[in-house]
Design a protein around this ligand. Structure first.
Ligand code: SF4
Ligand code: SF4
Length: 351
């Protein structure tokens, strides 16, 4: 489990267990959920539509055997049902603001009953932006409830009437892989529901989403030129686990992530000019676009581009191998500094 998330989760559990620290525990829970939600929205904002219905671990056991879209739907459907039908006995968020229509979902259940190809087919039908809006609406509504909870509410239990209400809502499939959820939720008290599904369930599925997206990036990069448009080497990049390269649709480098349309300015410019990379560009030395802007380690990247211009991409890869054998570093500027010409000399010395 992600160390930071796991520690926040443990801290939250211990704080909500005592009346004196209960409120602080709820604050930490909301903070943890915010961290996890940021991870989910960054995936939604940066991955291409087809990423959401791929199952790169289809044969595996575990949460990562699903799709990104399924994971989002499942986390927030469960939470919506638990908060509104089990605890608050009011209307689920899915049935407000046309969410059911907007998401395009053919089901109102949690999705536990779906198996194999049916998960991919279901995921393909979803409008991911609308699903993300639904997720946010559920998150906000749950947190509103959490903020109004008192320590004594943690011991509140549920009855057979509550179970009947959930079954009657048809939000849980009668399939044996799903129907157990009704007993599972209603046999807990509110304190138990805070652990599962309001915190741990999010962590498990968000981690699974990270595994799925990282695998999709690795698959996308297979057979693709490993030299980025700016001159960096993807095979030696500290982000390579989660970036699918600027030469694929899975471009999630830091520049692509924060640029409109999710495209790095250097990659966009090279494509517009019809060149293989900035190393072929006549404006390289003075260029201030994207990664080449002052103060971004851009001069180190330019040194790489200049090196490619002189010796070629293969030679750069060999130099990068040599440098990684010699030194322990993440970013190339840690080794070649921020001076383009001096950087080029260091690269040449390591041929
Ligand atoms: S951040 Fe750039 S160099 Fe790193 S893997 Fe992505 S495209 Fe390649
Ligand atoms: S102008 Fe700058 S970003 Fe565009 S191709 Fe040339 S060096 Fe690259």
């Amino acid at each position: 489990m992600n160390k930071e998330w796991s520690e926040k989760n443990k801290k939250m559990q211990s704080l909500i267990g005592k009346a004196a620290t209960f409120r602080k525990g709820i604050d930490i829970l909301i903070e943890l959920r915010e961290d996890l939600f940021q991870q989910i929205t960054s995936i939604v904002n940066t991955y291409p539509p087809e990423a959401f219905y791929q199952m790169p671990f289809a044969k595996a056991e575990g949460y990562h055997s699903k799709t990104l879209a399924y994971s989002m739907w499942h986390i927030f459907r469960i939470e919506d049902i638990v908060v509104h039908t089990v605890i608050m006995r009011n209307s689920q968020i899915l049935f407000t603001e046309d969410f059911l229509e907007r998401t395009g979902s053919p089901i109102i259940t949690t999705g536990n009953e779906l198996k194999g190809d049916a998960i991919a087919a279901f995921s393909k039908q979803l409008d991911i932006k609308a699903v993300c809006e639904y997720c946010l609406a559920v998150k906000n509504s749950t947190e509103e409830m959490l903020k109004n909870l008192e320590y004594r509410d943690l011991k509140r239990k549920f009855t057979d009437e509550d179970k009947k209400r959930v079954a009657y809502s048809r939000s849980v499939s009668a399939d044996e892989d799903a129907v157990w959820l009704i007993d599972y939720w209603c046999n807990k008290d509110i304190g138990g529901l805070i652990r599962m599904p309001f915190s741990r369930h999010w962590i498990m599925h968000t981690e699974a989403m990270c595994r799925i997206k990282n695998k999709l990036c690795q698959i996308a990069r297979k057979g693709v030129d490993a030299i980025a448009y700016c001159g960096l080497s993807c095979n030696h990049c500290f982000l390579m686990e989660w970036c699918g390269s600027c030469r694929t649709k899975y471009n999630t480098c830091s520049y692509a992530v924060c640029c409109p349309e999710g495209v790095c300015p250097n990659a966009a410019c090279c494509k517009e000019r019809g060149i293989d990379g900035c190393y072929e560009c006549e404006y390289l030395i003075d260029c201030q676009k994207g990664f080449y802007a002052n103060g971004n380690g851009g001069d180190a990247a330019k040194a790489l581009a200049l090196f490619i211009r002189k010796y070629g991409k293969k030679e750069l890869s060999a130099v990068m191998d040599n440098l990684h054998k010699k030194y322990d570093f993440q970013k190339i500027q840690e080794i070649i500094g921020h001076d383009r010409e001096k950087g080029l000399v260091i690269l040449e010395e390591n041929r």
